[in-house]
Design a protein around this ligand. Structure first.
Ligand code: PHE
Ligand code: FE
Length: 316
């Protein structure tokens, strides 16, 4: 695997830890009351990239759509064209159909404008945020059916690889499935679950669930395996890899097995979990996770990439 490929995969990984409450993702915050303050994640001392000065206490800010430059709109348009050209026959119909209906190919989307059809369809609203936000703020927004979208767009030299989520990843990757009623309900349930997970010592397991579903999930359809994960669809090269490379394990979704599974943050995923339907995902995650977290805390984790005896896997 080339360094370039690793880098591209690393993009999606970092993208996820930004929005998933990963255990590796510790949030450090200074303390000013009420105001949003920059957030740093994990071991990185990299300063947060966004402008947090205008964000409110819930980390929501104004998108200031008119401030995007023609060059930025053009870069977004090229990113969209590049990624969508790679997805026919790979991404699931729910994603592709909703993306097409959004008619957001030509310019950086206006989040307020796109919120109107989204709200009418599933009750979700898009809100602008300056960049990475703390996990409690993230969960609270999801629980209120408000999806945070980073306002800034990557630079030209990040066309194939970016280390944290920008508006292209957040919008192109995540928003289409918010038009799907079942997935929309799953995301809200996830937010609610996140708000209670910290007290139960469950954040690490919940992060794995986010990672292996929302960001890197595959779905089994009548036409074959398809992608629904945002981290895959917004990547240049992981779509084909996730479905057609011989290396990764493609394991049937099982909640407890998934939550025991470590994941890769600096390469393509070694394991993908495959759901049958968004209904399956919603129903499997509906029960109270309290007893599950307690059980998981007493068990060792599985390394990424392994297949357990008797486990159902999907051939390519
Ligand atoms: N059922 C979970 C709990 O009790 C909440 C949840 C739902 C978490 C869906 C993630 C996804 O914590
Ligand atoms: Fe993401």
């Amino acid at each position: 695997m080339t360094a370039k490929v690793d880098a591209v995969a690393g993009e999606t990984a970092a993208t996820v830890s930004a929005h998933a409450a990963t255990a590796a993702t510790t949030v450090s915050r200074a303390e000013p009351e009420g105001a949003a303050v920059p957030v740093t994640y994990g071991a990185s001392e990299r300063p947060p990239r966004g402008d947090y000065s205008t964000a409110r206490g819930d980390y929501v800010c104004d998108q200031n759509w008119s401030a995007y430059t023609p060059e930025q709109h053009d870069r977004y348009r090229r990113l969209y064209a590049d990624r969508i050209a790679r997805l026919p026959g790979l991404a699931c119909d729910e994603f592709l159909d909703a993306l097409a209906a959004m008619e957001a190919a030509d310019a950086i989307p206006d989040l307020d404008a796109l919120s109107i059809p989204l709200k009418a369809t599933t009750g979700w609203t898009l809100v602008a945020v300056p960049g990475l936000i703390p996990e409690d703020a993230f969960f609270a927004l999801l629980a209120a059916r408000r999806f945070p979208v980073t306002v800034w767009l990557r630079e030209e030299d990040e066309f194939d690889y970016i280390v944290e989520p920008d508006i292209f990843h957040d919008f192109f990757g995540h928003v289409p499935l918010l038009f799907n009623p079942m997935f929309a309900d799953y995301m809200q349930a996830f937010g609610r679950g996140g708000l209670k997970a910290a007290a139960l010592g469950g954040l690490e397991y919940l992060a794995r669930l986010y990672w292996y579903t929302v960001e890197f999930g595959l779905i089994d359809t009548a036409q074959g395996l398809r992608i629904y994960g945002a981290g895959i669809v917004s990547s240049g090269s992981e779509p084909r890899h996730s479905l057609h490379a011989p290396e990764p394990a493609r394991v049937a979704f099982d909640l407890e097995r998934l939550m025991r599974s470590e994941y890769k943050i600096d390469t393509f995923q070694a394991t993908y979990f495959v759901i049958d339907s968004f209904e399956q995902l919603f129903e499997a995650t509906a029960p109270d996770f309290g007893p599950l977290y307690a059980r998981l805390q007493r068990q060792p984790s599985h390394p990424a990439g392994i297949v357990l005896p008797g486990e159902k896997t999907f051939a390519i």
